[in-house]
Ligand binder design. Structure first.
Ligand code: SF4
Ligand code: MG
Length: 337
C-alpha cells in the first residue's frame, strides 16, 4: 500500500510574547518534530493525553494550525505550501470530523444546508445535483432525507455526529481526519458511530487519520497507531504489536490504565501508575520528555533525547532503555506480587 499522507518533521510552535528585552523568544512547542505515513485505505491512529499535540497535528494536516517546520504531503503534493486555488482544490480531497457535534454545527442552519455547504463553497454540481447528493448523503449516514429540514437542536447527539459525517463526505474526500469523533457521545452511541465510520470506509475506500485519547476506541478502529507525548511520538507500530507488546513505559502506563477486558492478550503487563501531569509544552524538558514521570528514568534520560528508532520491523520507539529485542524497562522489572 502506498502512502496517501506523509508527515515529515512537523513542528507547530505558538510564539509567546517576548519576556524581557533581551530574553529569548519563548514558544509553546505543541508539535515538535513529528513524522508518520498514512497508507491509502487504512486507519492511522494518534493517541495521547490532552496536551500531547495529537489534535494540533490533525489541525496542521487540515492547514488549520500554523506550520512552523517540516512538511505534509498528500499523495506527494506539498499540502503545507499550497495557497489559493490549489489549496481549495486540495480541500476537496481532505475533510475533518470534529469532536463535538454540539458546537461544530451552526444552530441557525438546517441540517440539509449544513451538509450542502461544502458543495456550495466549492461550486460542485448544479443546484439539482447538489440536492440529490445531499439526500443521498443523509441515507449514507443512516438519516432520512426528510430530516434535512430540521435544525441541529432537533437531533440527538449521535444524529448530530451523523450530520457532521455526512458533511465531511460531501466532497468525496480521500482522507478524513477524525478528531475525537465519539468522545462527546454516550458509550452506547459511540459504537454505532464507530461502526458507521467503518462501513463508510469500506464503501467509499476512505483513509482515516483518527485522533483519540481512548485506547479502547483506537484498538477497535486503527490499523497503525502513534503514541504522542508532549509534542513528540514516543512509540509507533501496527495495532496488534503495539497493544500486545508496548515497548515504551508511557504506552505501557496508558494501557495499564484501561480495564483489562478491553485490551485483548496483554496479560503480562506491569502496572505502572501515571502520576502527576505532563510538564508544560513551553520550554519542554531536555532529554526524554517523559523522564519527569517515568519510574525507570536514569541520569542520561534527563540529558539525552532518545531517538525514535525502528526496533522491530515497523515498530518504532523512543526510549534509551528499550533493548534491540524490543524489551522495555517495564518488562525487565520484577513482576509485581
Ligand atoms: Fe523512561 Fe528514560 Fe525511557 Fe524516557 S528514555 S521513557 S525516562 S526509561
Ligand atoms: Mg483535542
Amino acid at each position: 500500500m502506498s502512502a496517501l499522507l506523509t508527515v515529515q518533521g512537523l513542528k507547530v510552535h505558538f510564539p509567546l510574547a517576548r519576556k524581557g528585552l533581551f530574553g529569548p523568544r519563548r514558544a509553546v512547542h505543541a508539535v515538535d518534530g513529528v513524522s508518520f505515513e498514512v497508507r491509502r485505505g487504512e486507519t492511522f491512529g494518534i493517541v495521547g493525553e490532552s496536551g500531547s499535540g495529537k489534535s494540533t497535528t490533525a489541525l496542521a494536516v487540515m492547514r488549520l494550525a500554523p506550520i512552523t517546520g517540516g512538511e505534509i504531503l498528500l499523495d506527494g503534493a506539498p499540502l503545507d505550501r499550497l495557497q489559493g486555488n490549489a489549496l481549495r482544490a486540495m480541500r476537496k480531497r481532505l475533510q475533518i470530523i470534529f469532536q463535538d457535534p454540539y458546537s461544530s454545527l451552526n444552530p441557525r442552519f438546517r441540517a440539509g444546508d449544513i451538509v450542502r455547504e461544502p458543495l456550495d463553497l466549492m461550486g460542485i454540481g448544479t443546484k439539482a445535483e447538489r440536492e440529490a447528493r445531499v439526500a443521498e448523503l443523509f441515507r449514507n449516514v443512516g438519516l432520512r432525507p426528510e430530516q434535512q429540514a430540521l435544525f441541529p437542536h432537533q437531533f440527538s447527539g449521535g444524529q448530530r455526529q451523523r450530520i457532521g459525517i455526512a458533511r465531511a463526505l460531501a466532497t468525496q474526500p480521500e482522507l478524513i481526519v477524525c478528531d475525537e469523533p465519539v468522545s462527546a457521545l454516550d458509550v452506547a452511541i459511540q459504537a454505532q458511530i464507530l461502526n458507521l465510520l467503518q462501513r463508510l470506509q469500506r464503501e467509499f475506500g476512505l483513509t482515516y487519520l483518527f485522533i483519540s485519547h481512548d485506547l479502547g476506541v483506537v484498538q477497535y478502529m486503527c490499523d497503525h497507531v502513534a503514541v504522542m507525548y508532549l509534542g513528540v511520538i514516543v512509540e509507533q507500530g501496527d495495532r496488534v504489536a503495539l497493544f500486545r507488546q508496548p515497548m515504551h513505559p508511557y504506552t505501557n502506563a496508558l494501557l495499564a490504565a484501561v480495564p483489562a477486558a478491553d485490551i485483548a492478550r496483554n496479560r503480562a503487563r506491569q502496572r505502572i501508575k501515571l502520576s502527576g501531569d505532563p510538564p508544560s509544552p513551553i520550554d519542554p524538558p531536555p532529554g526524554c520528555r517523559f523522564a519527569g514521570r517515568c519510574p525507570f528514568a536514569e541520569p542520561r534520560c534527563h540529558a539525552e533525547v532518545p531517538a525514535l528508532r525502528e526496533v522491530l520491523p515497523g515498530h518504532r520507539v523512543a526510549c534509551h532503555l528499550v533493548d534491540d529485542a524490543g524489551i522495555g524497562p517495564h518488562q525487565r522489572a520484577a513482576p509485581a506480587a
